[in-house]
Design a protein around this ligand. Structure first.
Ligand code: S3P
Length: 423
């Protein structure tokens, strides 16, 4: 499917976004293993989170959908009849593998072509230390064949900053004998820790050290998923770019381990106001008012690179249009996302006539650049499709986004929402 995006003369209105992708995955997985019923409001409509629902349904969890609420009837899982399909979703395969490794049955889990190229060594190492038996294609890629067995708790220092790996170990740790300890080099999103507490697990965090008691009995809950801040990033960028813009984004997740985005944008000169902040199911949620802003530019490096990893495509678009440009370092993880995002950013920026230099772990975009009309090829990557749709709003002519359905992975309503605010 192709989408044509025209230059925007205005950005205005009030929008809401689909539920946070990271939080939705966690509630679905915890709902499936918790006793009783979990009712999830505002569950992500993205294909990735539907993959997680499909996976837990295949493992015996009962799923009901009514009035925008997903009900999961959880408890003991049973073997899936065939392979479990994680689709395009790294979160699904990496986090669910922690649960599968501890079951009394065997599983095989894989996904699409992009997922089949993503590294799994990062979960295999700690899970094997816990006693898991897992085989991977060529030793490191999906599909994974997981022979379920009893696990032992471990004390593990993450070599890569990764919330997915941390979560995988904690989910395995729920079923393990003893206390599981995960030590993080830099703090990553803590939705799993918050959700585990909500569902009744004994878990504590002290200065980047997380300790979870094994053997907890989880209980089903009523939970609410805030809007996805990583999806909001595209609309924050759109409003910052387009002269006269004034946009209200309603009900966005503001968990402090995710909101580095807002701090970075403020440092770039963004006019963003956070209003009406509340707490729901242990997560912060609030409204964001954003206006057209003079964008200065900046540097993303060190711990910031991990904290902003999903938003770098949107920030790169702002960087090219900024006064002083954007430099990204220490972001080698971009190379192993849904696509090699350093390469897909470079290729599509060049198509738009934008100068960009790339390195093994980052990129540099000089500032004050004009986006030129172009055909964009996101190569199936949702965040690349959405980022370049935002660049198109500030281009000198119509842009065509090829394979625009890629956005469905996290945000099926993306183009409708863009149309709503940009006309
Ligand atoms: C996620 C963690 C991040 C992020 C991904 C979602 C999560 O990945 O990029 O989109 O839900 O835990 P890593 O944990 O691999 O850094």
């Amino acid at each position: 499917m192709q989408k044509t995006v025209s230059p925007a003369r205005a950005i205005e209105g009030v929008i809401t976004l689909p539920g946070d992708k990271s939080i939705s995955h966690r509630y679905a997985m915890l709902g499936a293993i918790a006793e009783g019923t979990t009712a999830i409001s505002n569950y992500s409509t993205g294909a990735d989170c539907q993959s997680t629902l499909g996976a837990v349904a295949a493992l015996g969890a009962g799923i009901e959908r009514a009035d925008g609420v997903i009900k999961i009837h959880g408890g003991e899982l049973r073997a899936a009849k065939g392979d479990i399909d994680a689709g395009n979703s790294g979160s699904t395969i990496r986090m669910l593998s922690g649960i599968l490794a501890a079951q009394r049955f065997d599983s095989r889990i894989g996904g699409d072509e992009s997922l089949s190229r993503r590294p799994m060594q990062r979960i295999l190492t700690p899970l094997r230390e816990m006693g898991a038996s897992i085989e991977a294609r060529e030793g490191k890629f999906p599909p994974l064949t997981i022979h379920g067995r009893a696990l032992e708790a471990i004390d593990y220092t993450l070599p890569v900053a990764s919330a997915q790996v941390k979560s995988c170990i904690l989910l395995a740790g729920l079923f393990a004998r003893g206390d599981t300890v995960v030590r993080e080099p830099v703090r990553t999103r803590d939705h799993t820790e918050i959700a585990l507490k909500e569902f009744g697990a004994e878990i504590e965090t002290n200065a980047r050290v997380i300790t979870l008691q094994g053997g907890a009995k989880l209980e089903g809950r009523e939970v609410f998923v805030p809007g996805d801040l990583s999806s909001a990033a595209f609309f924050l960028a759109a409003a910052m770019l387009v002269p006269g813009a004034n946009l209200l984004i309603h009900g966005v997740g503001l968990n402090p381990t995710r909101s580095a985005l807002l701090d970075f944008l403020a440092g770039m000169g963004a006019q963003i106001k956070v209003v009406d902040v509340q707490q729901t199911s242990g997560e912060l949620v609030g409204d964001l008012r954003v206006r057209h802003s003079k964008i200065s530019g900046g540097v993303i490096e060190g711990a910031m690179s991990a904290a902003l990893i999903d938003e770098i495509p949107a920030l790169a678009v702002l960087g090219a249009a900024s006064e002083n440009g954007l430099t990204v370092r220490d972001a080698a993880e971009l190379r192993v996302k849904e696509t090699d995002r350093i390469a897909t950013l470079e290729k599509n920026f060049r198509r738009m006539g934008i100068a960009i230099e790339t390195t093994a772990d980052g990129l540099h975009l000089p500032g004050k650049q004009q986006f030129h009309a172009a055909r964009i090829d996101p190569e199936g990557d949702h965040r690349i499709a959405m980022a370049f749709s935002i660049a198109a709003l500030a281009a000198d002519g119509e842009c065509v986004i090829e394979g625009a359905e890629a956005a469905d992975v996290s945000f099926p309503e993306f183009f409708a929402t863009l149309h709503q605010i940009a006309g």
